[in-house]
Design a protein around this ligand. Structure first.
Ligand code: ADP
Ligand code: MG
Length: 425
């Protein structure tokens, strides 16, 4: 409950309107620290509510009767700064008449003279990009020497974009006892000297990502490429040298063929399919539990409902006709917290099915096994897996953080970033 922070009633009212019922984990810990006046390094994944972790206590601590800048919030892009500004307004619009809090946003690409004009009165809260904020400070239009709170949001991006020097200039003009609040998904080593310079004993709040409920399964695709399927399967199995692998096939006939083929090639193989008598089946299950086999060949129906422990690898000799079975099959590995591996041999005719599986959220790694060696391939659907360059990675990262990405935004951002970098060099 937000009530426990004893915020002003207008903040509680705003939170009701935002439909924020309880603080997120990072808010839970950052809010009290900021209210106490501590410098904070807040680290958590994107989307965990870092913005309000600092906004709420900052707004709480503003003295509306002192007409000075009391907090400066910096973000790496115009869009992010603007977004934060709008979040501030959504709260300050609930300020009662005797408690008016003002905020203003300063970003590049807007009329600077108009900004200067408006700065005849100083806002309580300044939000902006480091470049423009510093610019206005240098112009002696914006007075930050009164501000005791400084936020550096997306600090890792700030560093990557070379904005830390501008932030440094702004911070250097603020009071000695500055309360600095730094937020980032990661805290890169290179950022640490800067943090040390301004923060003596920061409170470091790190919310680790939640463990994923299901243990991770690696999904691997191997193209058949006109090779002998049984030989390829054999080579893969030998290379994996699994604790216990289940090879899934679609029919009883194939199950027998594959099992016999592998046995001929010298592997110890058990087989599970619907043609087994209850007695044979029971015997087979016991042998599997006693770990008499390293490999089991099975059809979907035979494998259904039986719990075999310790399956380290699942191999799809062929994709199942019903794709729900892909999930059932691969779900047999990676249990009880152990990582599992699901490997599928595929052909061009499987493309449609693979697209469907990807839509279900399965991410495939594309590999080949040739001449006794594993080889990483480009993405199976033809997308190059070449590494994106740094600017491209930044563009993706920033775009992901913003809720609304307008058409052409990435292109604009890319150009902006390139220019920025050229300037820094
Ligand atoms: P981060 O900065 O950690 O990436 P944001 O501050 O952008 O995350 O918040 C992500 C989303 O969660 C936003 O849409 C925000 O409005 C929402 N949010 C933040 N705090 C809460 C809360 N306490 N309850 C519900 N939603 C919240
Ligand atoms: Mg954020």
């Amino acid at each position: 409950m937000f009530e426990r922070f004893s915020f002003h009633p207008f903040i509680i009212e705003a939170l009701h309107h935002l439909k924020f019922h309880k603080p997120t984990p990072i808010q839970e810990r950052v809010i009290p620290a900021v209210l106490r006046g501590e410098s904070v390094i807040g680290q958590s994944q994107t989307g965990t509510g870092k913005t309000h972790a600092y906004l709420l206590p900052i707004i709480e601590r503003i003295d509306p009767h002192v007409e000075e800048v009391q907090a400066v919030i910096t973000a790496p892009t115009r869009e992010l700064a603007t977004q934060i500004y709008h979040e501030v307004l959504k709260i300050t619009k609930f300020c009662p008449n005797d408690h008016r809090i003002t905020a203003r946003c300063f970003v590049g690409g807007t009329d600077k003279l108009r900004s200067i004009e408006k700065l005849k009165t100083q806002p309580h809260i300044v939000i902006g990009t480091p470049g423009r904020v510093y610019d206005l400070v240098r112009e002696q239009a914006l007075f930050v020497h009164t501000a005791r709170m400084l936020v550096i949001d997306e600090a890792d991006v700030m560093l990557d974009m070379g904005f830390i020097t501008d932030v440094d200039q702004v911070a250097g003009r603020m009071p000695e006892d500055l309360q600095m609040l730094v937020f980032s998904a990661t805290i890169p080593e290179k950022l640490k000297p800067f943090l040390k310079k301004y923060m003596e004993h920061p409170t470091h709040i790190h919310i680790a990502p939640k463990q994923v409920a299901a243990p991770a399964i690696q999904h691997i695709l191997i193209p058949l490429r006109h090779r002998d399927r049984l030989q390829l399967l054999h080579d893969i199995l030998v290379s994996y040298n699994p604790y216990l692998a289940i090879v899934f096939v679609n029919t009883r006939k194939t199950a027998d063929e594959v099992a016999n083929g592998l046995i001929e090639k010298g592997l110890k193989v058990g087989v599970l399919h619907g043609d087994l008598t209850p007695r044979e089946r029971k015997k087979m299950m016991k042998a599997i539990r006693d770990l008499q086999f390293q490999y089991i060949v099975a059809t979907d129906l035979a494998a259904r409902g039986i719990d075999i422990e310790g399956v380290s690898h699942v191999i799809n000799y062929e994709l199942p006709a019903d794709l729900d079975f892909y999930v059932h099959r691969t779900g047999r590995t990676g249990r009880a917290g152990y990582a599992g591996m699901a490997t599928t041999i595929y052909e061009p005719s499987d493309q449609h099915a693979l697209v469907k599986l990807e839509k279900k959220g399965i991410h495939f790694l594309h590999r080949d096994f040739r001449h006794g060696e594993w080889i990483e391939l480009d993405a199976w659907n033809g997308r190059k897996k070449e590494k994106k360059d740094e600017v491209e990675q930044l563009v993706e990262k920033i775009a992901k953080k913003q809720k609304k990405v307008k058409p052409g935004y990435k292109k604009k951002l890319r150009e902006q970033l390139k220019k920025q970098r050229a300037k820094k060099k």
